[in-house]
Design a protein around this ligand. Structure first.
Ligand SMILES: NC(=O)c1ccc[n+]([C@@H]2O[C@H](COP(=O)([O-])OP(=O)(O)OC[C@H]3O[C@@H](n4cnc5c(N)ncnc54)[C@H](O)[C@@H]3O)[C@@H](O)[C@H]2O)c1
Length: 375
């Protein structure tokens, strides 16, 4: 029996781990219905990206039958391999992406090279896989790039989603959509919950919000069970998206200045990839996640200056510069993960001091292992 989109089980209202109920108030929870990951057929559309390949490797290690569908065209191998490309650190990123693909191959994850914008071809690939779970990650995954190229963002983000949804109706047991914290727009307070009204700013957030509405509509019209996840400011091994933490580390490693846009007080809910991947496993395993939306972040915003300080402690010789803030970047903060904790047992355990240090050390060993071209 599926929960309605807005319906809430009365059990969910009770705070977990709190035994101060009167006898009348206390109602034991039904044990949640759990799904086994072992041999579960899972298709990750956009699965060769930063999040996707880390998730694919983890799901495979847990025993799932994992299939990656990716065109490698967007923020991936072909984009960085173009001979004329003027992309910063191109050689380094090609090498990092090769490492992703090697890891996927070594782990025996099946790779399907397919553009998800092609409706019939995607259908054919998905028909062959016959997945029980579809995870939709494909997108132009960067707010700045989306504002520069809205047409292509629409195509890779919404067109691919529409195709994935249309295959999935009637065919899959669970559709998981990667939305974003950017649906909230400017945070009015320090913290948002899944109930906070969404007022996205810019193309990326608007398309994510539209995507959420499409996913919900497919549930309303076709009963497609779904989960919407809203991650934020991820960092970790083998990312090539040049978000703030990655640029800080690369600059520090090559002796360049570290630039902060704004005064450093902008706070983001920086999330280590390991926490997100654990959260998605909980979403897949737990029937309670169906037809719900979850923030999946660390659950505590940190100022960009905190990140710069960690870098400064690791690389004492760096110089930090300040430049104007991008006015289209919404002011953000903490995404409450109380709902995911309570309903799914999500338990993020990578604070910035621990996760960012691990990321720095991975980058340092990458530079030490190889003569990589930077610049
Ligand atoms: N990384 C973050 O901090 C973050 C935060 C919030 C939400 N998200 C969302 O999570 C998802 C994954 O993000 P990521 O960081 O791994 O991004 P990414 O750019 O590393 O990966 C996206 C992948 O999608 C693939 N893709 C794009 N268009 C495609 C198409 N038409 N057909 C087939 N494959 C296609 C790309 O080739 C790429 O491998 C995205 O939807 C993103 O918007 C990411």
């Amino acid at each position: 029996m599926l929960h309605s989109i807005t319906g809430r089980s009365p059990f969910r209202q009770a705070p977990y781990g709190n035994n101060n109920y009167s006898c009348q108030e206390y109602r034991p929870r039904d044990p949640p219905l759990m799904i086994s990951i072992i041999n579960l057929r899972i298709a990750l559309i956009g699965g060769a990206g930063f999040i996707g390949h880390n998730l694919a490797l983890h799901l495979k290690a847990l025993g799932a039958d994992v299939h990656v569908i990716d065109s490698l065209q967007v923020n991936n191998l072909y984009a960085f391999s173009r001979a004329q490309s003027e992309i910063v650190n191109r050689e380094l990123y090609v090498q990092i992406i090769q490492e992703r693909l090697d890891l996927l191959r070594q782990a025996d994850v099946t790779m399907h090279l397919q553009d998800a914008r092609e409706y019939h071809a995607l259908n054919q690939v998905l028909n062959d896989i016959d997945p029980e779970v579809v995870i939709q990650l494909a997108a132009v995954s960067h707010a700045g790039r989306s504002n520069k190229d809205p047409y292509s963002t629409f195509d890779h983000s919404l067109r691919t989603l529409e195709n994935a949804l249309d295959y999935s109706r009637g065919n899959v047991a669970h559709f998981i959509f990667f939305s974003s914290s950017m649906v909230y727009g400017n945070f009015l307070g320090n913290i948002v919950t899944e109930e906070t009204v969404c007022e996205p700013v810019g193309i990326y957030g608007a398309l994510k919000f539209a995507g959420e509405k499409m996913v919900i509509a497919y549930n309303q019209v076709f009963d497609l069970p779904f989960t919407i996840v809203r991650p934020s400011a991820l960092y970790g091994e083998r990312c090539v998206s040049r978000r703030v933490g990655q640029i800080f580390i690369e600059n520090a490693l090559t002796g360049a200045d570290v630039t902060i846009y704004g005064d450093g007080s902008d706070a983001l809910d920086f999330t280590y990839i390991g926490d997100l991947v654990d959260g998605i496993v909980k979403v897949i395993e737990n029937e309670e996640s169906k037809n719900e939306t979850f923030n999946l972040t660390y659950g505590g915003a940190r100022a960009i200056s905190d990140m710069a300080q960690i870098i400064g402690e690791y690389f004492p010789d760096i110089t930090v510069k300040y430049e104007d803030r991008d006015s289209l970047m919404p002011e953000r903060g903490t995404l409450s993960v109380a709902k995911a904790r309570n309903m799914l047992g999500y338990d993020p355990n990578w604070p910035l001091e621990k996760g960012f240090l691990k990321y720095i050390e991975w980058y340092r060993s990458l530079f030490a292992r190889n003569e990589v071209g930077v610049g």
